[in-house]
Design a protein around this ligand. Structure first.
Ligand code: ADP
Ligand code: MG
Length: 765
């Protein structure tokens, strides 16, 4: 071959390169197979988890092969990291992107032509630049490497339109040997990547998804409070190394931060709401070990490679297994044991439903928006997504979120029907044509398909959280359909039950004291679940077991079940806790709506009259203490747990926020205000404030049990025009009946409710 000297190989063999250039002793699993395939000239797809050493798989062949290695990477920040890494190995390399001045770019392009570099890193949009394509002409390409290759697939979790052109680019480059690298590709996505890049007869290396040092755990958390209990126990038992708590939203990051700070921890926070500089500072502090506890959104972590992360907690369920594995996989890079805890509460799925709904708005909304814009006519307007959303909300009967409008505007923009942007503080929007709605150039099928992919990803993630197989087996199979023979990990909570730190979380709660033998109580709980026939969640089943006559129970006929009231001596939250224990023991499953049903093991245990197995008895003993077996006299009821104070979430004026409605719902389900506080992680006094506001707005609350024969008549007199915004202390001072604040608030709520009803009665004067 007659290559210009600068493009000649810089190492004679794979092994020589490994030792002499990279200074590594040996290849890691998967690396040799992948590298050999590439060096032999096969198009190759390598799927290996983050941190497993994918970069070596393109860098090393780049040294052994003649010609230039052209590597595509999606993010400017990552590119610089990779170029630095290459330089640290003395491999002549550079990157070319828009962060560089024109002059700098020109110099690097000239260098590339002249063979000054073995590796050049670019972002996919670089191929739109004619200057770049011109500079490439005549440069021998030894290897075309595409990092984060899942971005090419619409089925992937991070599709990027710029990646779509890479198939064409590859042809333009003369179809050089191509290597696609990704940490997260399901078998479907793997096939799609190969098809998009027009591979045929390519090699696939899927490797390294087993992480033998990671302990995977899912905790079905019924309440925020139980999430915090669990996190604190984990943090307390993990004094070494760094820990990250991932949350779904910035607001959630801030809330978790506040709560942990109140409990005496010192977390650092990271989310997209911080300035670039603040984010860099937090990241640097984390890397240096000065901020060992970090609470972050998924904005954190790209390119972060810290070896001693000992725990990764997900406060909310992520949107896909890909995202989860990527984030959780940042634990234990050093090979030492590390813990990955997912706190699963079904209600958190709503966050993702919201993302999906608003990112892929339905056709009706796009058409309604277009009709509205047509009323403004062709031309320039001062309009933005907020204003348009407001308009649509007022015109229709549903609330349209500005985010959905933003997504719809982008669809219309892509179809060439409009353009929009921001000039200084003023938004502008240009309607370009008068297309009829049915002629809109929007690919509705693609839109629906993308929405479907998002929903599928979410379902797969829920299946991970609620499934009964070994966590590791589930994760590995998710990424590789050839991993039939993978063995159970013997480490995760499914293989081994709750981890040891969790006992500390359990011990915070005193066991529930009962008069009957523990196994009788357990069997009663199980028969309650069986009678509910898979149609109800834990709260309703608990209410049924304790014999609640709340509307929700009687309305559904649950009061006619033979199990109604069979555990009337227990409190609602005790019963919910026992239902949790059943799930921990694998006796129940829950569907995606949170409805419980018995597993085969649960049914068997319910029917049997044998004594409990040792494992079951052990776990149960931590939650349930029976006086029938020890002959003890039971105290009146189970010791109640101390209530921690949690900051009150901000409440809006005007319309009642969701927090009120959740309080209302729980109250109507028959929960006492203290139980609601505990369940929701609020203080009892916040819940009572909710009660008063709800009552004032005419929401009916079951408060009759709290009516105080002396206080109530006095309040009807004294507080006839009292409002929840007025000072309670002043009112209390004027009262002659002695009472505590809780009683006062409950009775005030009754008065407010009466006042509302009175005002609604037409004959009232
Ligand atoms: P990925 O791209 O798969 O997330 P990287 O390529 O960034 O992972 O590699 C992670 C780390 O592992 C890097 O610090 C890299 O130098 C190191 N590494 C890669 N291969 C080996 C090896 N064979 N021996 C030792 N260290 C390696
Ligand atoms: Mg990488």
């Amino acid at each position: 071959m007659n290559l210009p000297a600068p493009f000649a190989p810089i190492a004679p063999s794979i092994d020589a390169a490994l030792h002499d250039i990279f200074g590594f002793e040996s290849f890691r699993t998967g690396q040799r197979r992948g590298i050999e395939a590439v060096v032999e000239g096969n198009d190759t797809l390598i799927v290996m988890p983050t941190g497993s050493g994918k970069s070596l798989c393109y860098m090393l062949p780049g040294c052994v092969l003649p010609g230039l290695t052209l590597a595509v990477s999606p993010l400017i920040a990552l590119m610089k990291d990779q170029a630095d890494a290459l330089e640290s190995f003395n491999i002549p390399a550079t990157y070319i992107n828009s962060s560089l001045s024109w002059d700098e770019q020109r110099q690097r392009l000239a260098g590339m032509r002249a063979g000054a570099f073995k590796v050049v890193l670019v972002a996919p949009e670089r191929f739109k630049s004619q200057a770049f394509l011109d500079a490439l002409a005549g440069v021998p390409i030894g290897l075309f490497a595409i990092d984060e290759a899942h971005c090419i697939s619409q089925w992937g979790h991070d599709f990027r339109p710029d990646y779509l052109n890479l198939g064409e680019v590859r042809q333009k480059l003369g179809a050089p040997t191509t290597l696609a690298l990704t940490a997260t590709a399901t078998p479907d996505v793997q096939r799609d990547i190969a098809a998009q890049l027009d591979f045929d007869n390519h090699s696939v290396v899927v490797s390294g998804f087993e992480r033998p040092n990671l302990f995977f755990e899912v905790y079905p958390a019924r309440s925020r409070r139980s999430k915090y209990e669990r996190i604190e126990a984990l943090l307390d038992q993990t004094p070494e190394g760094s820990k990250v708590i991932y949350c779904a939203t910035r607001k959630q990051v801030e809330e978790v931060g506040r709560n942990l700070r109140e409990s005496g921890y010192y977390p650092a926070l990271y989310h997209a709401g911080l300035s670039d500089q603040e984010r860099d500072e937090v990241q640097d502090a984390f890397m240096a070990g000065d901020a060992p506890l970090l609470i972050a959104t998924n904005a954190f972590g790209m390119g972060v490679d810290k070896s001693d992360v000992r725990a990764i907690v997900h406060f909310n369920i992520p949107g896909s297994v890909e995202a989860y594995y990527q984030e959780a996989g940042r634990a234990g890079r050093d090979g030492e044991p590390a813990h990955c805890l997912l706190l699963y509460n079904r209600a958190d799925l709503r966050i993702h439903e919201f993302f999906t709904e608003n990112s892929f708005p339905d056709r009706k909304l796009v058409e309604r928006l277009w009709t509205l814009l047509q009323k403004h006519g062709v031309g320039m307007h001062t309009l933005d997504a907020d204003m348009l959303a407001d308009h649509l909300s007022r015109a229709g009967d549903d609330r349209v979120h500005p985010w959905a409008v933003g997504s719809a505007l982008r669809l219309l923009e892509r179809g060439g029907h409009l353009a929009f942007g921001q000039r200084g503080p003023a938004p502008w929007l240009e309607v370009i044509d008068q297309a009829r709605t049915r002629d809109l150039r929007v690919d509705w099928d693609a839109l629906n398909a993308r929405r479907g992919v998002d929903e599928q990803h979410q379902e797969d993630m829920v299946r991970y959280a609620t499934g009964h197989t070994c966590r590791q087996v589930y994760l590995v199979r998710y990424f590789s359909d050839t991993a039939h023979d993978i063995a159970e990990c013997k480490r995760c909570d499914r293989c081994c039950g709750p981890p040891s730190y969790a006992q500390a979380a359990g011990q915070v709660r005193a066991p529930i004291v009962v008069r009957e033998p523990a196994q009788t109580v357990l069997r009663k709980v199980l028969s309650g679940i069986a009678r509910a026939r898979g149609k109800w969640g834990a709260h309703v089943i608990a209410a049924m077991l304790r014999g609640s006559r709340a509307k929700k129970i009687t309305g559904a006929g649950l009061d006619r079940l033979s199990t109604h009231g069979i555990l009337h001596a227990l409190r609602q939250d005790d019963l919910v806790r026992l239902l949790d224990v059943c799930s921990q023991l694998g006796l129940t499953t829950q569907n995606t709506y949170g409805c419980l049903s018995l597993t085969d093991a649960g049914t068997e245990l319910m029917m049997s009259s044998e004594p409990l197995s040792e494992t079951v008895a052990d776990v149960l003993a931590r939650h349930l203490r029976s006086t029938s077996e020890s002959g003890e006299i039971p105290p009146g009821r189970a010791a109640s747990r101390p209530t921690e104070s949690f900051p009150r979430p901000a409440s809006g004026d005007g319309e009642l926020g969701e927090t009120y409605l959740r309080t209302l719902m729980l109250a109507r389900e028959g929960h006492d205000y203290r139980q609601i506080a505990e369940e929701r992680g609020l203080t009892p006094s916040s819940v009572l404030r909710h009660f008063m506001t709800l009552a004032q707005r005419g929401h009916k609350l079951p408060l009759d049990d709290h009516a105080d024969g002396r206080l109530l008549p006095e309040l009807r007199e004294l507080a006839s025009d009292w409002s929840p915004d007025d000072k309670l202390a002043e009112l209390k001072e004027r009262l002659t009946t002695p009472c505590d604040y809780d009683t006062l608030k409950l009775n005030l709520a009754i008065v407010l409710q009466e006042r509302f009803e009175h005002a609604q009665t037409p004959e009232a004067s």
